[in-house]
Ligand binder design. Structure first.
Ligand code: SAH
Length: 424
């Protein structure tokens, strides 16, 4: 077997649990590895550390698959790994009908994503090694998940780094264009063929539930005599009933995609939600989803650049009880971090300015290159510039179907926070 010797001077990332070997950490390669083939990784003294898949093109030269170099890496290995990933979801998720079943390295399968949408699996292959083992993947997914179709959405731009072309195809069964799923009691039509990524973002599932207490009532008490709130009435004299009523929040959901945050907000009692996304396709899909759930009359849809719209709402003094900001990853690499931070600051600054006193900012970042501290700092700066006092209500990360491998910081990518907002 081909042997890859690591340099003496290197960070002990592999030992700390990070499953990638970068090209510049390699001292010597003994043998002639095939692209995507298995190699043994050794330290500078020749001790075996792990086995992994070789890629002659990528900066990630080796992707670790096992710390037991005698383990056979074959069809059975993959089936075992997918079986373990599925057991983990069944143990920890309230609902496994629609969820992420395999999250790449965090599940020990380098560069493979498997999302389950009812009886359909959507797979994404992001590593050369798994690209050449596509047949194993199809067989294992069929076996473990008993799905009726498997669709491949290997059109992520990062495939170029592995020397791979985009591939989009039906791998098994009859692949429909759209599939209906249910999440948190809400129905979604997921566009598996043309939607973003694999069609739906499962990582925010539980964070959407965290909206409940912040959207149930608006920031300021309002009256609506025809909608009496029973708990309030219990200890009130009869005459004051009409003034003790509180109504749901008004919400701005920026970067709404197909409406997941917005629809959860309506479900939890928001009286009015404005959805904003620059993708016409996403807004169309959000409209269908609102319709499907009977929430159409509480939703307003805007196709626009959120940066522009936030400024426009500020100019027209439009106010909301809750502003949600769930943008795409602004930093695709470490070099893009400074400009990404300016972007995060900008939207959070514009966002907090639109929030009524006592209302809430619900904000997120999915850039793995931006740390939690860096992100927090720009939010604090935004609050300062807007002369607001923020109180952290809740900080959260990705749902449990996106496990975090200790030692692999890239896995800890999603940052989500709810802040109460008041003026200074
Ligand atoms: N909140 C969504 C996921 C958001 S993904 C959910 O819970 O499902 C990010 C979204 O931002 C995408 O739908 C993308 O179309 C949109 N987007 C990207 N740039 C934008 C911009 N400048 N203005 C508005 N929307 C944008």
């Amino acid at each position: 077997m081909v042997q890859v010797y690591l340099k003496r001077q290197r960070k002990r990332r592999l030992e700390m649990g990070h499953p990638w070997i970068y090209r510049n950490e390699i001292e010597e390669v003994r043998g002639d590895p095939e692209p995507g083939g298995l190699v043994i990784v050794k330290n500078h003294q020749g001790h075996e550390l792990a086995s992994g898949f070789w890629n002659p093109i990528s900066q990630i030269a080796v992707r670790i698959v096992s710390y037991d170099t005698s383990e056979r890496i074959d069809r059975q290995w993959l089936k075992r790994k997918i079986g373990q990933a599925w057991s983990y979801r069944k143990r920890f998720l309230a609902q496994t009908d629609a969820c992420r079943v395999v999250y790449g390295e965090a599940d020990g399968i380098p560069g493979v994503i498997v999302d389950k949408y009812g009886s359909i699996a959507v797979v994404q292959i992001l590593s050369l090694a798994m690209d050449v083992r596509r047949e194993w993947l199809v067989a294992a997914v069929q076996d473990i998940l008993s799905v009726t179709s498997i669709y491949e959405r290997s059109d992520a731009p990062t495939r170029v780094l592995e020397g791979l072309e985009p591939v989009v195809q039906c791998l098994f069964g009859d692949c429909p264009d759209e599939v209906e799923i249910q999440e948190n009691g809400i129905f979604y039509l997921v566009d598996i063929k043309d939607g973003q990524k694999t069609g739906h973002f499962f990582d925010q599932r539980d964070n959407r539930l965290a909206l409940a207490p912040v959207v149930r009532f608006g920031a300021q008490e309002k009256t609506r005599p025809d909608q009496r709130f029973r708990e309030d009435q219990a200890n009130q004299p009869v005459a004051s009933h009409a003034t003790s009523t509180r109504i749901g929040a008004t919400v701005l959901d920026c970067f709404s995609h197909t409406g997941a945050f917005a629809l959860n907000a309506v479900r939890f009692g928001a009286q009015q939600v404005t959805l904003v996304d620059s993708s016409e396709r996403a807004i169309e899909q959000a409209q269908k989803n609102a319709e499907r759930n009977g929430y159409r009359d509480r939703c307003e849809f805007v196709t626009a650049n959120a940066f522009d719209l936030l400024r426009e709402y500020e100019r027209s003094s439009r106010q909301f009880d809750v502003v949600i900001l769930d943008p795409p990853a602004f930093a695709k690499n470490r070099a893009a971090v400074p400009s990404a931070l300016r972007g995060y600051k900008e939207i959070n600054l514009r966002g907090v300015k639109l929030i009524r006193d006592g209302g809430f900012l619900v904000t997120a970042s999915c850039s793995s290159h931006v740390t939690k501290d860096e992100w927090y700092e720009v939010i604090a700066e935004a609050a300062q510039d807007a002369r607001k006092i923020l109180r952290l209500v809740e900080y959260r990360s990705a749902a449990k179907d996106h496990p975090q491998l200790v030692g692999m910081a890239e896995n800890d990518y999603l940052k989500f926070a709810i802040f109460e907002v008041r003026s200074r």
